[in-house]
Design a protein around this ligand. Structure first.
Ligand code: MN
Ligand code: MN
Length: 291
């Protein structure tokens, strides 16, 4: 295994890069079992598993303009993490690059979206999650990972976020959702109508020029991605999520992969997360080249 401290093929300088990896080893808001702070380095390590040539797009990732900024520092509170991460991400968007943020618990997503400049092309968010993450506050913390979709909605507006893969909610979240009006597609609907119809439906709802993809790895079924803090049965398949990435890639403004908690499995979840990140880079590069 080579250089596990850097994401595979991340050889470009920050200036030359189009994709910038940032790790956030923060899991202080996990509500069931902790460990997502170890996600970023585990995903990086497993990223070396893969061949660099992508069969579908013809992109060789060893030539891809990727830079890895490494991990942020550690933080004592979610509020501290949020403030610092926003500032870390701003220069990436300002330089017209795509941030790829590896968590960390899902509390690390809202600051990445909040850093998106107000004068940039309009932004919609596809939020993949077993949970709705729609609490106003959880255990006294409005920045808990249980509140992340709600915080993102406050940045982009209710019409510009769609949650995919939901199958675990509180009564209160459903009631709040009814009055606030955030669109979501449940895992059960996806199983019934098929992933392509569901994704088309979600993408039709997002009228924005660009799309930010937030992937809580627990959107995927624990049979494939059990290395996570709150595993939830009846989830999506890895191929479903690959399909979402493929469809969103031409409009991709940013990506995060959160809640990988590597000590609960033998590395499958980290490998899957790494592969999905590489998939997003290859697809997005292909779309940029075709432009
Ligand atoms: Mn989540
Ligand atoms: Mn979740």
């Amino acid at each position: 295994m080579q250089r596990p401290t850097t994401f595979a093929d991340a050889r470009a300088s920050f200036e030359d890069a189009e994709f910038v990896i940032v790790g956030v080893p923060f899991d202080r808001t996990t509500s069931f079992r902790p460990g997502a702070r170890f996600g970023p380095d585990s995903i990086r390590m497993h990223s070396w598993n893969f061949e660099s040539y992508d069969l579908e797009t013809g992109i060789d990732l060893s030539d891809a303009p990727i830079h890895d900024l490494g991990n942020t520092e550690e933080f004592g509170s979610a509020a501290d993490m949020v403030g610092a991460l926003r500032e870390e991400i701003r220069p990436i968007y300002a330089a017209k690059k795509v941030p790829i943020v590896l968590g960390g618990d899902h509390a690390c997503s809202p600051p990445v979206v909040e850093a998106y400049p107000d004068d940039a092309p309009s932004l919609g968010v596809l939020y993949l999650d077993a949970h709705m993450d729609f609490r106003a506050s959880y255990l006294g913390d409005a920045r808990s990972h249980a509140c992340s979709a709600r915080r993102i909605l406050e940045k982009v507006g209710a019409r510009n976020i769609v949650v995919l893969g939901v199958r675990s909610v509180s009564h209160e979240e459903v009631d709040d959702n009814r009055s606030i009006g955030m669109s979501f597609v449940t895992a059960h609907e996806i199983a019934k109508e098929g992933i392509s119809a569901s994704v088309q439906r979600a993408l039709n709802m997002l009228k924005t020029e660009r799309i930010y993809l937030s992937l809580d790895i627990d959107a995927i079924d624990p049979a494939y991605a059990g290395g996570t803090g709150t595993p939830e049965p009846f989830g999506l398949t890895p191929r479903d999520v690959k399909y979402v990435i493929d469809q969103a890639a031409p409009r991709l403004a940013g990506l995060d992969i959160m809640e990988v908690s590597p000590h609960y499995d033998n590395g499958n979840t980290s490998a899957l997360a790494a592969r999905l990140a590489r998939e997003a880079i290859a697809r997005s590069l292909q779309a940029r080249k075709g432009r």
